[in-house]
Write a protein that binds this ligand. Structure first.
Ligand SMILES: [Zn+2]
Length: 304
């Protein structure tokens, strides 16, 4: 009875060991994608396994064989992941822009493009008259005189950048010749001009005041484009600085705005100290022609 039991137990154990070993073999089965050579090897291996003693060593050698076989076949190459080709975003082509001509030292600069509004008319010399925000531009130039004014709230806050830049260059050029020019008065607000004009009216009466002081809104000083140089005295014209200013201010885009003997045109008496920035595109032809701004543009300067 005991012997039978032992035998049975041994048999069961042997079977169990066998079953266990077969389980271990399973990982050696090639994956399905290794090709024909690998499949053949697999078949051989399985036959071997069945006939020979199942040891761990055996399993190892089998694995080696398999590896060798794999090496013989085309090496498995991981396919390159598909990358979406980078597409350039559509960019609107730049519109063709006419290159700006480089102004030469002597050639007058083109008039500034200050407004897109349609002209309300033309002067007797054919310059377009445009009105924008209550200001009048003639031939593209902001004009202020007895006829044309700027609104009370127009306030550039100081000399305009172009005017200031031109003035500093002019001042430096004078300084290089040992002359000292400076701004006695440039930008003036509407309120300050009102006070100034009224004080002249109170002192001299309106008729006289109107010959040398502009009514509020009619002063070029409110535009930030006019500068009184050094001293507001007629004797300034006879100083070295006054003579230099009259001879050279044009080169920097300034004009002596109220020349001698032209009161009938400008509406104001001679002021050798008062320069107005207009740009060299206009200051040079004005110098060459000897005309006032009013004469050149074909406009008048009278209070309505
Ligand atoms: Zn002035």
């Amino acid at each position: 009875m005991k012997k039978t039991a032992i035998l049975l137990l041994s048999a069961v154990l042997a079977l169990l060991v066998l079953a266990g070993c077969r389980e271990e073999k399973k990982p050696t089965v090639n994956p399905p994608d290794t090709g024909t050579a690998a499949t053949e090897t697999e078949t051989e291996t399985e036959t071997e396994t069945e006939t020979e003693t199942e040891t761990e060593n055996e399993t190892e050698s089998e694995t080696e064989t398999e590896t060798e076989t794999r090496a013989e076949t085309e090496p498995y190459v991981e396919p390159e992941p598909y990358i979406e080709p980078e597409t350039e975003p559509y960019v609107e082509p730049e519109p063709y822009v006419e290159p700006e001509p480089t102004p030469s030292e002597t050639a007058p600069l083109p008039p500034p493009d200050v407004t897109a509004s349609a002209p309300v008319g033309y002067t007797s010399k054919g310059f377009p008259v445009e009105v924008r925000d209550g200001r009048t531009y003639i031939g593209g130039l902001l004009v202020v005189n007895k006829t044309y004014s700027v609104p009370a709230d127009y306030d550039p806050g100081g000399m305009t950048p172009e005017c200031a830049d031109a003035f500093y260059r002019m001042r430096e050029a004078a300084s290089n010749e040992g002359l000292w020019i400076y701004s006695d008065s440039d930008y003036r607000s509407y309120a300050l001009q009102s006070w100034l004009y009224q004080s002249y009216v109170d002192r001299d009466g309106q008729e006289l005041a109107d010959t040398f002081s502009a009514r509020p809104g009619h002063s070029e000083h409110q535009t930030g484009l006019a500068i009184d140089i050094n001293s507001c005295l007629l004797s300034f014209a006879d100083t070295a600085e006054g003579k230099w200013l009259a001879a050279h201010c044009w080169e920097y885009g300034f004009i002596i705005r109220y020349p001698a003997g032209k009161e009938w045109s400008t509406g104001f008496m001679y002021e050798p100290w008062h320069v107005r920035y207009v740009g060299t595109w206009l200051s040079i032809p004005l110098r060459d022609s000897g005309l006032t701004l009013e004469e050149y543009l074909g406009i008048d300067s009278v209070y309505s």
